[in-house]
Design a protein around this ligand. Structure first.
Ligand code: ZN
Length: 242
């Protein structure tokens, strides 16, 4: 069975924030025609268990490095013709300056970011909308410190409605950082795990409207392990239910 025939049946993908596993998964996905990254539900659940078992040895990868991972995945998906148009939804609390920069001139990849602003790395104002042919294929939604579930949900509902008028992706890639959680020690947002569940649902609905539900989710930031675990579980729970 070819990749393209195989892929639409897949719902859940989890890539671990553990570089060696992540690279292994990516490498295997190329070599083995997608047997590792795009897993079926049962295998997805076993990967989740493995992730939770391994969480104590998890180490952190900075935003720029993870941006590179996202870029690698996007390129991979397009190069093996799994997708022609990719929507990246990035709710990591840090603006994904690397991802934005790579795709800012590319109308086949829409980059949508919600992030604390002003905050590290300093980029991500609403005026950054892409360049050249990529103008209006970048949407930044800077949010002030203290943003709640409701602030995010209102923004995501509004923005996805706006995005889908002009951009119907056939694959959605989530930069699933959970460092906007209210218990996260780095940033100043007040998101709960229920909020992350709801964000996931909103993105899933877009995915089902335009992309046969195809979502690839990449775990990014999260610096309180309890909050990260609960948020990841909420995210996965929602993906499994949609
Ligand atoms: Zn982050």
């Amino acid at each position: 069975m070819s990749l393209n025939q195989n892929f639409p049946k897949v719902r859940i993908t989890l890539i671990l924030e553990n570089e060696s596993k992540l690279l292994k998964l990516l490498a295997t996905s190329v070599r083995n025609e997608n047997q590792e990254v795009f897993v079926n539900k049962e295998k997805g659940e076993s990967l989740v268990k493995e992730f939770l078992d391994d969480i104590s040895i998890r180490y952190e990868i900075g935003p720029s490095k993870m941006n590179t991972v996202i870029n690698t995945i996007s390129d991979l998906l397009i190069s093996i013709e799994l997708a022609e148009k990719v929507l990246i939804v990035d709710w990591d609390v840090h603006h994904g300056n690397g991802t934005q920069h790579i795709f800012e001139g590319d109308p086949s990849v829409f980059y949508y970011s919600l992030h604390q602003y002003p905050y590290y790395p300093g980029s991500g104002s609403e005026t950054e909308k892409g360049i050249g042919e990529g103008i209006d294929f970048t949407l930044n939604r800077p949010l002030r410190a203290g943003a709640t579930d409701k602030s995010y949900i209102d923004a995501i509902e509004h923005d996805l409605e706006k995005i889908e008028k002009n951009f119907k992706a056939d694959l959605i890639l989530i930069s699933a950082g959970f460092d906007a959680h209210r218990d996260d020690p780095l940033a100043g947002m007040l998101v709960s795990e229920d909020g992350f569940w709801k964000f996931t649902e909103l993105v899933s609905r877009y995915a089902w409207r335009h992309a046969d539900g195809r979502i690839l989710s990449v775990l990014e930031g999260g610096y309180n392990l309890r909050a990260l675990t609960d948020s990841t579980l909420a995210h996965i729970d929602c993906l499994l239910k949609h």
